[in-house]
Design a protein around this ligand. Structure first.
Ligand code: ATP
Ligand code: MG
Length: 499
């Protein structure tokens, strides 16, 4: 026995179809709108569906799109039954429907339906070409055409809106979703329609949204305030609009505030860091003066006690300890006023070469090769050589530390490589420093240039990259860490060659 599902919001019409088809020997189920049809389809797989076009709660066109994406309905024939078949241009191929029957006088339409269904009994004779079967005495109605055209205009605007728009029934089911709503929820239209609205949220947000929705009475508009809700990878705030006299339906407006929140957080973070940086620099300043006195005193004491080896040994230990304090103080001072050296015309390859030689012993001890991959000609730019050397030193040190830490973890996995390349790109000098270390995770990429951000615990202060960024920006350039598909980190510095 052939199974038919008829979907129409006209209950009189549904009764007519049920009687007509039951009498002709079909097993018939009915649904009053697209949403109920989806519910029926959970337990009933029809051979044929008769679908009305203009319906509340997921109209015929949307329903057809959803049906055509449901695998278990691959063999179900869809026939459109519409009172607006004359007024509305229907792209049957795009909708994936087999036939379109215009609603008209019951007897003629009944015959049309039975003819089409009989064709289905002989599949080979079933024409895949779409035809519109009309009742001869149907006239086109201007008012219907106008209403359909207005609907199309509104739909077009809704699709182009930058806010996400959802329509939900009194029972909380989603029956409309625009393009942005699909994007924000991370679900395609066919998955979103028919879904329980609250299911879009995590458990914590769900309870809050549910409470708010009961507080804001139906038919009233209400803002849910600035409460941030999480939708997949987006942060949104929400407004609820009640629709007067429409069975408790509501429109939900979703505003994407992801970028705004990120910006706010970064402003707060940088303000906090600036304050911390100033405080650190002023403390460093205070420490610096007595430190210089102590260092001078230590060298005097060393000379006086040169004959006593125990005494000299202790002085050397003290010197080492004070050297480490001085290094920390220097870094803290660098943070707020990174270098003051004068700019001059410098050969960038010379600076890089000198810096690499400076750390040569360090590299050899760590069994790391430095590869220089320079532009074929010398590149000159106006810059402070000390400050640039400081930048390269920081980046090389970081690379050595990253490779060594990785080696420690891999226990004896030997070797490592740091490549420094330069190239000229129009008016820009581009320097890339790559290493064969573990690379930088996505989370870290956003924060590594923040002052005091370190993953090295007590071994790092998190200042190196903040100083590099400040120096490079002072030279009118930019520095970024690049995430590569393969392992290792790459830092790219771009500096303008013209003044
Ligand atoms: N080449 C790299 N490979 C992997 N991670 C890196 C690399 N360079 C920097 N990082 C990450 O960035 C963080 C910040 O680096 P930064 O140089 O600012 O501070 P630090 O090295 O931790 O301390 P210090 O102030 O002594 O330089 C590091 O803790 C590390 O997690
Ligand atoms: Mg560092």
């Amino acid at each position: 026995m052939q199974k038919v599902l008829a979907v129409d919001n006209d209950l009189f019409f549904l009764d007519f179809i049920r009687d007509l088809l039951a009498e002709a020997g079909y097993a018939v189920e009915t649904a009053e709108d697209g949403l109920s049809a989806l519910h029926v389809l959970e337990s009933f797989t029809p051979d044929i569906m008769l679908v009305d076009l203009i319906m509340p709660n997921i109209d015929g066109k949307r329903l057809c799109k959803i049906l055509r994406r449901m695998e278990h309905l691959n063999h179900t024939r869809i026939i459109i039954l519409s009172a607006a078949a004359k007024e509305e241009s229907i792209d049957a191929v795009a909708l994936g429907v087999e036939k379109i029957i215009a609603k008209g006088p019951l007897q003629v339409m009944g015959e049309n339906i039975l003819t089409v269904l009989k064709q289905e009994a002989e599949p080979t004779a079933f024409s895949t070409a779409v035809e519109v079967l009309t009742a001869d005495n149907i006239r086109e109605r201007g008012i219907t055409r106008e209403l359909l055209s207005t609907k199309k205009h509104f739909e077009l605007i809704l699709e182009r809106m930058t806010e996400g728009v959802l329509e939900i029934t009194a029972g909380g089911k989603i029956v409309y979703a625009n393009r942005v709503a699909c994007l924000l929820t991370g679900l395609p239209e066919e998955k979103l329609l028919g879904l329980d609205f609250l299911q879009l949220f995590s458990l914590k947000d769900r309870l809050w949204v549910e409470k708010k929705m009961t507080e804001i009475r139906r038919e009233e508009d209400g803002s849910m305030g600035e409460e941030i809700l999480v939708l997949t990878k987006y942060l949104v705030i929400m407004d609820l609009l009640g629709i007067k006299g429409d069975e408790g339906k509501r429109i939900v407006i979703l505003n994407d505030v992801t970028e705004r929140k990120k910006l706010e957080e970064s402003i707060i973070r940088s303000e906090r860091l600036a304050a911390t940086g100033q405080l650190a620099a002023s403390i460093a300043h205070q420490i610096n003066s007595p430190l210089q006195g102590i260092t001078a005193l230590l060298s005097v004491m060393k000379e006086c006690g040169a004959d006593d080896s125990d005494f000299s040994g202790n002085i050397r230990l003290l010197e080492g300890a004070f050297e480490s304090i001085r290094e920390t103080v220097r870094k803290l001072l660098d943070l707020n006023r990174p270098g003051q050296a004068e700019k001059q015309l410098v050969n960038i390859h010379e600076i890089i070469r000198d810096t690499v030689s400076l750390v040569g012993t360090h590299l050899r001890q760590a069994d790391i090769k430095a590869r220089l991959n320079f532009h074929k000609e010398s590149i000159y730019l106006n810059a402070s050589p000390q400050e640039l050397a400081h930048v390269f030193l920081n980046l090389i040190n970081n690379a050595v530390e990253a490779i060594s830490a990785e080696k420690d973890r891999a226990m004896g996995k030997c070797g490592g490589e740091i490549t420094i390349g330069t190239k000229q790109d129009k008016d820009l000098l581009v320097i890339e420093i790559s290493d064969s270390g573990p690379g930088i995770s996505e989370d870290n990429l956003n924060r590594i240039f923040d002052a005091f951000y370190t993953k090295k615990g007590n071994l790092g202060m998190g200042i190196g990259l903040a100083v590099c960024k400040s120096v490079i920006e002072k030279h009118g350039g930019a520095i970024e860490a690049i995430k590569k598909a393969d392992c290792g980190a790459t830092f790219r510095i771009s500096l303008p060659l013209k003044k």
